[in-house]
Structures are given as structure tokens and as C-alpha cells.
Design a binder for this molecule. Structure first.
Ligand code: ADE
Length: 227
């Protein structure tokens, strides 16, 4: 899979691309990430990227010329703009993007992006959540990491991406490892019992209980709403 990223801050991605699963995916050749510096398409001596909004109002708007220059050669890719006005990203969104060979993540900045960019160059707008960040870079980094771990061969044990939270509309159960007792804080007895039937029953109850308490919306929306 190839991911293009259009950003004013390519240096932002140095950290996220260089560690853990994403670094491994790139090293193994499962993932190619190409950073495109929007500033290279900036206008004039100052490489201007933004201007004040028509009709007045606070803040600056990203101009169409630099965006068009960066996006025109990427027309064959699936182009996603990160903005708080986009559809919230979910596991389903990442599953879908991971099936596409060539995607482009566009990081918005300032108060917004000229609507003509969105109307003519963008296939989909996505948000990291209902809060405003300074730009789309964090969302793009999150999407790259979320997608990278879905690519074949990137995560050692494919079961760990199949069984995890959100696939079955339930949160994960609590997990424990050695020691069985730390300063009097004991691991639930059932997990030491060796009785796999009881363990599975306990895990499934904890998943349901947690989801009811923390994310009842998942139970209402999910296919498992009758459980
Ligand atoms: N840019 C600014 N805020 C954002 C958000 N919540 N999601 C995606 N991109 C953003």
C-alpha cells in the first residue's frame, strides 16, 4: 500500500513513521509513505499558502492554487482530507482504507480549506474526533498507524487484529500477566483456573459489562445489540 501525505509540516511525521509497527511495515515493504511538502507549491517569494476569507471573518483559509498543484498529480489515488468537519474515523473506515492500494491523506490547517479544493479534489473528509486540533497531521499519523497494522504481514499475529475492540462492537476485557499477586493485588482467580470454558465466559461478561458502562452507543449501533 502507498500512502501519500500532503502537509505543511513533513517533519512532523519523522517520529510517527520511525517507530514500532509503522516503521516495521515500511521496512518490510508492506507500506510506502511519501511525504509531499505543500510549501513547495506556495505562492510568491514567501511561498504563501493561506489568505483571509472572502466575506470577512477571523482566521485564514488555505488557498486553492498550492493544493491544486499538489493534488493534481494524485488524481488516481483515493484522496482524504482531515478536518474536524469530516465523518468521524472508525475501525470500519480504517478497514476500508487498508483495502486501497494508493491513498492520499491531506492535512488541513488554519481555519479551513477553500471549498473548491474539497469539491474538486477530495473524495472523502475525515475527522479524528469532536475536538479541534491545529491541523490534520495528528489525524493522518493516527490513520497511518491504524491502517499499517491491518496490512498483511505487518502485525505478527493476525488474530490480534481480528479479535480486538470495535470489530465485534464490544470493548476489550481487562488483561493481566505475572505476577499473580503484586503486594496483595491479586489477579481474578478464574484466569488461573485453567478452565477455558469459565475463562471465556468471564471474558465475555467483562466485555459486555465494560461496553455497557463506557460505550452504550456501541451496543445500540452494533450488530450485537441483542446480546
Ligand atoms: N484538523 C483539526 N482538527 C481535526 C480533527 N479533529 N480531525 C481531523 N483533522 C483535524
Amino acid at each position: 500500500m502507498k500512502i501519500n501525505v500532503i502537509t505543511m509540516f513533513p517533519e512532523y511525521f519523522e517520529g510517527p513513521l520511525d517507530v514500532s509497527i509503522v516503521a516495521r511495515g515500511i521496512e518490510d515493504g508492506a507500506l510506502v509513505v511519501v511525504l509531499h511538502d505543500l510549501r513547495e507549491h506556495g505562492l510568491g517569494r514567501h511561498r504563501q499558502l493561506d489568505d483571509s476569507p472572502f466575506g470577512g471573518g477571523p482566521g485564514m483559509v488555505m488557498m486553492i492554487e498550492p493544493m491544486a498543484a499538489a493534488l493534481e498529480p494524485l488524481r488516481d489515488t483515493h484522496r482524504v482530507l482531515f478536518t474536524p468537519s469530516g465523518a468521524p474515523m472508525s475501525q470500519e473506515t480504517l478497514d476500508r482504507w487498508a483495502q486501497i492500494d494508493d491513498v492520499t491523506f491531506v492535512c488541513g490547517r488554519y481555519e479551513g480549506v477553500d471549498q473548491r479544493v474539497i469539491d474538486n479534489f477530495i473524495d472523502e473528509e475525515a475527522s479524528l474526533g469532536d475536538y479541534v486540533l491545529a491541523g490534520g497531521e495528528v489525524a493522518a499519523a493516527a490513520a497511518i498507524e491504524g491502517v499499517a497494522r491491518l496490512l498483511p504481514g505487518v502485525v505478527g499475529n493476525p488474530e490480534s487484529t481480528e479479535k480486538e475492540s470495535f470489530r465485534d462492537c464490544l470493548l476489550e476485557e481487562p488483561v493481566y500477566t505475572r505476577p499473580a499477586d503484586f503486594q496483595g493485588w491479586a489477579v481474578p482467580e478464574v484466569l488461573l483456573s485453567g478452565d477455558h470454558g469459565r475463562i471465556e465466559e468471564w471474558r465475555s461478561q467483562r466485555r459486555l459489562e465494560r461496553t455497557r458502562q463506557r460505550r452504550p452507543d456501541l451496543l445500540r449501533n452494533g450488530k450485537d445489540s441483542d446480546t
